[in-house]
Design a protein around this ligand. Structure first.
Ligand SMILES: [Zn+2]
Length: 341
């Protein structure tokens, strides 16, 4: 497979005109050449934090607090999940996976509710989807055993020591929400030495120091935090200290479009478009342990091809800024998956 156009290469997304050669799912060559294509070839996005199970509850709960919306066990989300049939849940997740792919996402990290049954349901929804998934089970270590790791709700809900040990023993990924509503659960979450933290809206200087010392990566979800009115994560400060990736969080709260998350982040924060694109691609891939997320020889080819001559993107002077701040689902030609050949 050969992709031609403006190629955003490496960690700095240096734009070169030419072609990417893909063989057996890997990038085998990047050739600089004059080509007759307006396409923009970028790494496909890695959505580093999703809850797609609540696809059945999009835009529900107007006016409710975060607690009332998503807190286990009786937040609105959990009530709606309990009330939905398994078929309804799986069908709604399939629609979301389809949209995620249409909007340029090649891989995602999911915090899956519902224990073992929840993991099984998303595996069913993933049958036939091309997306690479990292599914983190919740609630029980059995769910972790079946999944790719454990996704903890937050250190104020439970101690999670046993789950942390079991996940480490299984050699799997352990992620945990921290500092979403206030700072009280950040230190206990850091004490667990997780593979990554999610949110960190209320990170204070001590927490930032601990993050820098431990180099524990952080997934931020700025749109979600605005919707739930918990504040703004200190993304610049976090990015100065550790690996930061972007996630769209609950589908009930936000469309799982990384274009929307990138534009919001790029315009709300003092960050370069390059930095935001790294947060949407290679940084998430690193946290997920997937490889890829950048266009480089030898990397898995999880790629996004955009129409650089769409009515939306035509005439853009800076392809990285165009992808981060302007591009949208309608500009996507297709996503190339490393396993897709
Ligand atoms: Zn979450």
């Amino acid at each position: 497979m050969i992709l031609e156009g403006t190629i955003l290469t490496g960690r700095s997304f240096e734009a070169i005109e030419g072609r990417v050669v893909v063989e057996d799912g890997d990038i085998v060559a990047i050739e600089e050449a004059a080509v007759d294509s307006d396409d923009i070839v970028a790494p496909a996005f890695v959505n580093a934090h999703t809850h797609i199970g609540d696809s059945i509850a999009k835009e529900a709960g107007e006016g409710l607090s975060l607690e009332e919306l998503v807190a286990p066990p009786d937040g609105l989300k959990h009530q709606l999940l309990r009330d939905a049939s398994r078929d309804e849940l799986v069908a709604a997740m399939e629609r979301t996976l389809s949209f995620m792919e249409q909007s340029g996402t090649g891989a995602f990290i999911e915090f899956r509710e519902g224990g073992v049954e929840g993991v099984r349901a998303i595996r069913d929804a993933l049958t036939g989807a091309d997306l690479e998934s990292v599914i983190l089970g919740r609630e029980t270590t059995d769910a972790m055993e079946l999944a790719d790791g454990f996704g903890a709700s937050g250190a104020n809900d439970s101690e999670f020591g046993a789950e942390r040990r079991a996940t480490r023993q299984a050699g799997k990924l352990f992620g945990i929400h921290a500092g979403e509503v206030d700072s009280s659960d950040i230190n206990p979450a850091l004490d667990l030495d997780p593979d990554f933290l999610v949110h960190m809206v209320h990170a204070e200087s001590l927490h930032l120091e601990r993050v820098a010392d431990s180099e524990i990566p952080v997934v931020v979800c700025p749109r979600s935090n605005i919707v739930t009115d918990v504040g703004r994560p200190p993304v610049e400060e976090l990015a100065d200290r550790t690996t930061v990736a972007l996630g769209t969080d609950n589908v009930m709260l936000n469309s799982p479009s990384m274009f929307r998350e990138m534009e919001f982040t790029a315009k709300l924060y003092d960050l370069s478009a390059r930095e935001v694109l790294r947060m949407a691609t290679v940084n998430g891939a690193e946290i997920a342990g997937l490889g890829g997320g950048l266009i480089k020889t030898g990397q898995p080819a999880r790629l996004l091809v955009l129409d650089g001559d769409s009515d939306n993107l035509s005439g853009a002077r800076n392809p990285v800024r165009a992808v981060v701040r302007r591009a949208d689902t309608a500009d996507v030609r297709h996503v190339v998956h490393s396993g897709a050949e």
